[in-house]
Design a binder for this molecule. Sequence first.
Ligand code: ADP
Length: 800
Amino acid sequence: MTTSTHPSKVPVSRIVIIEDSPEDQVEIQRLLLRGSDRRYQFVEAETGAAGLRSVLDTSNESPDCVVLDYTLPDMDAMEILAAITGPDGLTVCPVVVLTGTADSRLGPAVLRAGAQDFVDKSWISAGSLTRAVENAVERWAMTRELRARTVALQASEAQMVIGVAVAGLGLTRIDYNTGTVVLDSIAAALFGLAAGVPLPRSAIHATFHSDDKNEIVRRMQQSLDPTGEGSFNMEHRVVHPDGSVHWLSIKKQVIFGQIGGNRRPVSSVLAAVDITDRKVGEEQLLQSEQFNRSLMDSIADCVKVLDMNGRLVHMNVPGLCAMEIDDFGSVCGQPWETLWPAEARGDIARSVTRATGGEVFSFQAYSPTAKGKPKWWEVTVSPARNTDGGQVVRLLAVSRDITERKQVEIQLQQLAADLSEADRRKDEFLATLAHELRNPLAPIRNGLVLMKLASGQPATIEKTRAMMERQLTQMVRLIDDLMDVSRIRLGKLELHKAHLRLPTVLNSAVETSRPLIDQMNHQLTVTLPKEALIVEADMTRLAQVFMNLLNNAAKYSDRGGQIQLHVERQGSDAVVTVRDTGIGIATEQLSRIFEMFTQIDASLEKSQGGLGIGLTLARRLVDLHGGSIHAHSDGLGKGSEFSVRLPLVNEGSAVQAPEVDDAPAAMKALLRILIVDDNRDAADSLSEMLKMMGNDTRTAYDGQQGVDLAGEYQPDVILLDIGMPILNGYEACRLIREQAKGKGVVLIALTAWGQDEDRRRSHEAGFDHHMVKPVDPQALMSMIAVLNVGHAEEPTARSN
Ligand code: ADP
């Protein structure tokens, strides 16, 4: 091994010289040293094997160059080159072969075998050898660099190909000059066209789905605009030759070039990928969403989907309608509770918390709506879990309109309250009724005892009798009112209307109420208009109305009060006002007092008896006369005013109302009267009274006895009770009528039943008249007097 001596800064090149001739070894080293000012480290090898060892010695770096004699004792240069050439076809280091023979083919052969250069030994010189070594070093380095790059390029190209293939990306090159397209194998599969061969551009166009074609062409033309960027992105459908439809996502970039000074599209690269699966998935999702929506919309209840914070995500159409929301967008994302009034928000928050925790929570809430009526809702909030049924991902709120049910509940509650109020009033009424009926009985009983004790003292007897009569009248009036109210309620009250002068009716009422007014020491003022006001009315019933009002005025005023009865015409009506200076009525009670059994304070000391039906009766009777009644009071202690408005009869059509003859009936003749009643006391007392009035009387205590006595006694008048043992009143009446003189006798039914039906039955049985018990003896005598029994063949008037 020889080492040259050169300035130390110059890099040392390690040269392996494989040469069997020692002289040539020396000569080669000399030439190299002479040919350059490099520093060399020479490694000498005289055989091929030694040379290979030096070159392939792994303990050292590869030599910078090998100078190899073509012919060696153990092998030639071709074999050595083969041994030091790697799999990439490059020798492990640069090699210069010394050919030294006259065969000119050796040079090119060693180059093909991997040597970088060769020098013919016969022409060797310092210059040629040094140049060959330097060339070899340079060429070898370049080749190695190129090889490395190629390998890297190949690797990255391979990677890209793998990537493109894995991504399913199909590439298509479009050449605008030739109007052709070339598709790679993936693109060909995507478009359903042939791969690798130029096709006319129209081949691609022919694959476009007819529904998408116009839009694709429009956008493609846009991308070819030389002033634009040349990019095209679109998802569209293509149709394969077998008719199958595929969705592709296309990205295309147009490359522009300068042609004839103008920017023109030259070519483009189009990358396509199949997105059919995604699109089908999207379509299925859309369909399932649409299905869910239509399912939700088909539910009549309001359905809301909320996120985990209770914000609105979706709402069905009935929900939007019920909440009067025109556009869901206006509430989407808002907290659900903002749709509710403040009172409901506690329940809303609770329901959201419970449902996010996986529980179902229900509550009822009331919500006023902007346009419609307020509504009641039954709301259930439940958790909606993800597809595997685990995690709660949404909340489902279903609100059901229960307004009607709630209203019925409220009505039922009201009804129950009304019923219990009615029940309470009825109980109160029964207690009052018992009290009011028992009240007059005590003085009447006392009166009887008194009359017995005071025999021979006419003044005391008369005073007692008057007292008893008053009490009895009071009792009879109570019972009459009761009967009347029940008749009106059942629609069985018949009015016997006639044209009457209103003052006549009022006089009658005043006369009836006078005893009470006087008893209370009130002062009554009556103001009547001059004109005769005619009403079409039932005398008794209308008088009853005013009598009730006057009695109330007297009852509900302290002694010595003022009562005014005022009548005036107002248009085509007459208005009668009864005003008092009494205890008055609280404003809140005014609307109640016309209700059945209403007494503002039944315990009031002012109460002078009554059942709380007088005003009910008055209003019903006034209604039946086509009029109206109103109460007014400025409040407690400020007196009361009741006004009755009645339609007046058109004066032209009014006929003169008959004057009522109120004079007590005078006895016109002595009559024979038979009284038949199984209540002996009733029969005997009536008989006694009629006798004292100057008549001749007989009594019988059952129907059969009555019939027998009628034939025997031949009375002018028979008063016949209806409900009797053995023979009842109807049967007795029929048998009496069958007797010889039975036709002419006046038969009067005495009964507790005064309804029209009862009157009809008694009339059918042959009775002339029907009187309701207890019979007022005076009225009975008036009637008999009018009948003029015994003096005329036919009666001239009949009572009802
Ligand atoms: P009654 O008088 O039998 O209690 P009404 O139906 O005639 O029944 O009257 C009902 C209630 O109206 C009376 O209990 C009384 O409280 C009140 N009322 C009627 N008239 C008057 C009046 N003139 N002044 C004060 N309160 C009256």
